[in-house]
Design a protein around this ligand. Structure first.
Ligand SMILES: [Zn+2]
Length: 289
């Protein structure tokens, strides 16, 4: 695991100009083809303005189409905010951004949401195989009770959001906000994401009973009977993710509304999936704009 230290960050991005050059490179590459004259790699930076100009005098801004373009916050502050998002383990509260960047709370809050949106766009593509764990959980709402017992009355969960997730052991993770815990709902995602013949671990919830017949090697643990492991079958990885996610949301965000929950999920998913390469995480986030 290669760390991306704060010293390295400031060495690499000492000024707004350096950040702009970097953004240009990441988004348009060294040999960007001019949309006007079709010549390649003829752009140079225009003095005192955040744009690049072709020999034919056509100008392009590397901030075009990004949240940086509409923002009065300097590019370097945006880069630093993204650095914090990709290196923090538990997410970045708006208060923290406000303090570290010296911007207003409102600005900090909006920056956080923009960054989170892009983090959730960069997803672990491709299908899952090997050994996959899946589980659902409830997030939000006010009532306190055991989260993973599926026998609780439906009214307990009225104000909560159901999140379903799967993780490939030693691989990546994907979450979905779902309407219900019916087989149909779950199967739709499994069919799309998990290669037939893979091993799948779940608990004994009814929505997973189809897996064996659907061409997967399915095993379950019975949490009702305090069984946490059944041979190779267990759901400890996905449950570990749920518990870190929930304690982070509790610790850094007072309330996450249903509307924004997918962005928070995306942020934590991104961090989990890129956990082995924080440096690349930052680059990839920049490239997402
Ligand atoms: Zn040109």
């Amino acid at each position: 695991m290669s760390d991306f230290t704060i010293i390295e960050f400031f060495d690499r991005f000492p000024t707004d100009d350096v950040c702009l050059d970097h953004l240009w490179l990441v988004r348009f590459g060294a040999s960007y083809k001019c949309p006007k004259c079709s010549k390649e790699g003829k752009f140079h930076r225009v003095k005192k303005r955040p744009v690049y100009e072709c020999q034919c005098s056509h100008q392009v801004s590397p901030m075009m189409g990004t949240p940086f373009a509409k923002s009065r916050t300097s590019l370097r502050k945006w880069f630093y905010a993204m650095y914090l998002f990709t290196t923090s383990r538990h997410g970045v509260p708006a208060k923290e951004l406000q303090r570290q960047l010296g911007v207003t709370y409102k600005t900090a809050w909006r920056m956080g949401h923009e960054i989170r949106k892009y983090m959730s766009d960069v997803d672990g593509d491709g299908q899952y195989g090997g050994h996959v764990e899946m589980d659902e959980t409830y997030i939000g709402g006010k009532k306190k009770h055991k989260d993973s017992s599926y026998k609780l009355n439906r009214s307990h969960f009225k104000d909560k959001t159901i999140v379903y997730g799967m993780v490939e052991r030693n691989g990546s993770l994907q979450t979905y906000v779902v309407e219900d815990r019916k087989r149909k709902t779950i199967q739709k995602h499994v069919d799309k994401k998990v290669v037939k013949g893979s091993i799948i671990s779940t608990d004994e919830a009814p929505c997973y009973q189809f897996l064996g017949k659907a061409g997967y090697q399915h095993g379950s643990v019975c949490h009702e009977d305090y069984e946490w492991k059944n041979g190779i079958y267990h759901t400890n990885t996905i449950e570990g993710f749920w518990s870190r996610l929930k304690s982070s949301i509790r610790g850094t965000h007072i309330h996450v509304s249903k509307k924004y929950l997918p962005n928070y999920l995306g942020e934590f998913e991104y961090r989990y999936n890129m956990r082995k390469s924080p440096k690349w995480m930052f680059e990839r986030l920049l490239g997402a704009f």
